[in-house]
Design a protein around this ligand. Structure first.
Ligand code: FES
Length: 194
């Protein structure tokens, strides 16, 4: 090892015992094995340079992560169309795992949900427009069926919106909002999204 290299090592050791950040330039290391062998084998970078490099790498990782996160998010959303009482259609994106009631509230769609998903009302009644999609849903529980019995305009493909959870196979589902709901809350309470 050349004198210069040994001096480089000493310098690095001193810096590290003083608690300062150092890193080794691989670029110079490569070059030193060729025509630039007279250059120091290692190069100590200032703390600022190290920090800057670290930030760049971090930022680079962040960008990559954000891109894959975005792609993941897009995959994690399904498309749901609400057909309102007047026939107007509204298509929204719903994250997997979110209930149809929550999704409706987030998108200002008029689906009441008076009991806030505690299965004590039928104001979140929706009608699944395609039997194909209706058959993909889990069977309603007895509690849901009890509440559905109270729903206005009950159909064969009626469900309670708070019990329908977005899942990948429901992508493209169309839900009609019934012409009316029965709200048994004394004051006709309609909750707002949290
Ligand atoms: Fe009351 Fe769905 S909000 S049962």
């Amino acid at each position: 090892m050349s004198r210069i290299s040994r001096a480089g090592f000493r310098f690095l050791k001193q810096l590290s015992t003083r608690g300062e950040s150092v890193c080794i330039s691989r670029h110079l290391l490569c070059r030193s094995s060729n025509q630039f062998h007279h250059q120091p084998l290692f190069q100590a970078h200032t703390e600022m340079e190290v920090l800057h490099g670290g930030m760049f790498q971090k930022h680079h990782r962040f960008c990559t992560a954000a891109t894959s996160e975005e792609a993941g998010e897009q995959k994690q959303m399904i498309s749901v169309t609400f057909v309102e009482k007047d026939g107007e259609e509204q298509q929204i994106k719903v994250p997997i795992g979110m209930s149809i009631l929550e999704a409706a509230h987030y998108n200002d769609i008029e689906l009441e949900g008076a009991c806030e998903a505690s299965l004590a009302c039928s104001t979140c009644h929706v009608i699944v427009m395609d039997t194909e999609y209706y058959n993909k849903l889990d069977d309603p529980t007895d509690e849901e069926n009890d509440m559905l019995d109270l729903a206005f305009g009950l159909t064969e493909t009626s469900r309670l919106g708070c019990q329908v959870i977005a899942s990948p196979e429901l992508d493209g589902i169309r839900l009609a909002l019934p012409g009316a709901t029965r709200n048994f809350a004394v004051d006709g309470f309609i909750p707002k999204p949290h």
